[in-house]
Every structure is written in structure tokens, then in C-alpha cells.
Design a protein around this ligand. Sequence first.
Ligand code: CMX
Ligand code: CO
Length: 147
Amino acid sequence: MLTRIDHIGIACFDLDKTVEFYRATYGFEVFHSEVNEEQGVREAMLRINGTDDGGASYLQLLEPVREDSAVGKWLAKNGEGVHHIAFGTADVDTDAGAIAEKGVRVLYEQPRRGSMDSRITFLHPKDCHGVLTELVTSAQPSAATDH
Ligand code: CMX
Ligand code: CO
């Protein structure tokens, strides 16, 4: 079951300048940053709020590390802006399977490694009314399985 907005992915040309914009304008701080070579991005996660299932909601700022990466290609075509939305789920495998059965293309056979050791997959934007959609199971155990 998809239970929350995990993050909104925002493509930018210059991660440091964009991080500074979000800090100076809204007061959002970087919660986590990393390079994800497989996804071809340098990224910063800005935590907006926590949720009662133990997850949280973030803005994911994305700078491409390669021109031929998903974000690099998208930026060259569209310029900066919202690149994808991500829904949080306790079980990305089950949800991706159920969504695939409805005829929506799931891009990965098996979920891959996302930010902060989460497990992620994507749904094709052409099957989702133009929205690239990510499904995320975060690495932290949810509050429900803590006890
Ligand atoms: N949102 C909406 N539409 C998109 C899109 C996006 N982010 N990216 C591509 N498209 C559209 C294009 O506009 C294009 O449409 P038209 O044919 O009408 O012009 C079509 O999809 C094909 O686009 P493309 O530029 O030829 O790109 P590809 O087919 O090579 O790749 C996609 C598209 C979705 C398969 C690829 O971007 C992908 O695999 N994305 C998942 C991985 C990813 O985005 N990683 C970065 C984020 C990592 C993270 O969140 O952790
Ligand atoms: Co994302």
C-alpha cells in the first residue's frame, strides 16, 4: 500500500546553488547527500516532515553526473524543474507487482538501491499521465515493525 509522499525529485544544473536557494528561501537544511552512480546523480535530500509510519517526506534535489543519465537527458530537454514524484510503501516489491498487473510499465525487474539505502523502482511516465513515478521502501524499519 502506498502510504505517503516520500519525495518530490527536482532536477537542477547546480546542486550547491539549488541547495542554497532552498536554505535561504525556506530554511530547509540538507538531511543527507550522496552520489548515486547507478542513477547518474549527485543528490541532496531535504527533510520536510516525519510521518507516523516512521517514514518522512523530502525534496530530492538532483544534479546529473553524466549527460546521458535520466536526469541529464531530461534537463537538456526541459531545463530545471520537477522531474518525478515518489510514493512511500512498506513493500515496494508487492506494490510494483500489483501495479504491473494493471498494465503500467515498471522499469526495473527488481527494485534498485535509492537514496539512503532505500529500495526503489519507477513507473513509466507515458503510462502515468506524463508523471515519472517512483516507489520507495525506506531502509529504516517502520514504527509498526519496531515492536
Ligand atoms: N517526466 C515525464 N516524462 C518524461 C520524463 C519525466 N521525468 N522523462 C522522460 N519523459 C518522457 C519524454 O519527454 C519522452 O516523451 P516524448 O516521446 O513525448 O518526447 C519520453 O518520456 C521518452 O523520454 P526520453 O528522453 O527518450 O528518455 P528515455 O526513454 O531514455 O528515459 C525514462 C525515460 C523514464 C525511462 C528514464 O528517465 C528512466 O529510466 N527514469 C528512471 C530513473 C531515474 O529517473 N533516475 C533519476 C532519479 C533517481 C532517484 O530518484 O533516486
Ligand atoms: Co527519487
